[in-house]
Each structure stands twice: as C-alpha cells, then as structure tokens.
Write a protein that binds this ligand. Structure first.
Ligand SMILES: [Fe+2]
Ligand SMILES: [Fe+2]
Length: 169
C-alpha cells in the first residue's frame, strides 16, 4: 500500500546502510591499520555532516512541527530534537578525533574514544530512526492528505538543501 509518508521512508532506507557503516567502522577500529581506521572515520564524518545532519535539520524545521500540530501537543518532539543535538555533538567529537589521528597518529586512548563515539552514534541514530518510523510515521499518515504531505516534503527538502549548502561552505 502506498503511503503519503513514502518519501521519508525512502530517505531513511537510503541513509540506513550508512548508519550500519557507523557500527562497522567502530568494529574496524580494533582490527585495521591506522590508515583504514582513518579513512572509515573520515567517511563516517562526511556522511554525518553532509547527509544525516541536513536530514535532521529538515525534520526539526518542517516535519516535527507538523507532528506536534497533529498530536495537539506543543513540545512533544523536543526529545527527538534532543537526539539530533546529541548526534551533532558526537559528530564534532568524531571530527576532532579523526583530525588528531590524521595530524599526529593514533594513540590507544584516541582509538578507544573513536570507537566509543562511533558505537554511540550508531546506537542513538538507529533507535532514533525506529522511533520516527514506528511512532511519527503513523501519526503523519493518519493526519495528512497527500497534498499536505507533498507540500511538507518540498519544504523539508528545501530546508535540508540549505543545510547541505551551508555544510559545504
Ligand atoms: Fe530525526
Ligand atoms: Fe529521520
């Protein structure tokens, strides 16, 4: 059955292999050369900054306010926006850790920290996606006409596009 929320499900489906990669990169930290670890950390960081965070910004600006309106519960999505904030913080940590490895090589502490950050991101983002799909998608499917959903996704794409452009600047 087609759903007015298919664009969000499709976007999540595209992002999911990269979320799995966060976990794989975390495992890799223990078993790979410094160069491979660094490359995985760089790939994970680039995905977060240029794809996942713009997606989250689109949700914060457009999707979550719609969820709150449909629930009749202002502030209801604040806990989910807080997940986005945590992803931003951990992404910054990941950036600093990978820069340090690139500049002065990996220390044992640096690698342990890197693994903590990658597994942390994986756990938070995976559960966050499940919450959106299992709790918000049914609310939106019930409450939005296909015209409203189309308009919402156009706005979301615009907000995410602006965020992507800003990340490239
Ligand atoms: Fe989200
Ligand atoms: Fe999402």
């Amino acid at each position: 059955m087609s759903s007015v929320m298919q664009p969000l499900k499709d976007e999540h489906r595209e992002l999911l292999p990269h979320i799995e990669f966060l976990r794989e990169a975390g495992v890799l930290v223990e078993a790979s050369s410094e160069q491979e670890v660094l490359r995985a950390a760089e790939d994970a960081h680039e995905f977060l900054v240029h794809h996942l965070i713009p997606h989250a910004i689109g949700e914060d600006r457009v999707l979550y306010p719609v969820v709150e309106r449909l629930m009749g519960a202002p502030g209801a999505t604040a806990t989910m926006s807080r997940d986005h904030v945590e992803v931003g913080k951990l992404t910054e940590e990941l950036g600093a850790l990978k820069d340090k490895i690139a500049q002065s090589g990996a220390t044992e502490t640096g690698l342990t920290e890197l693994q903590r950050v990658l597994f942390g991101l994986y756990g938070i983002v995976k559960l966050h996606f499940d919450k959106e799909e299992e709790i918000y998608v049914p609310i939106l499917e019930k409450g939005l006409s296909s015209k409203e959903a189309t308009e919402m996704f156009a706005e979301m794409e615009k907000a995410a596009g602006e965020a992507k452009a800003a990340a490239h600047a």
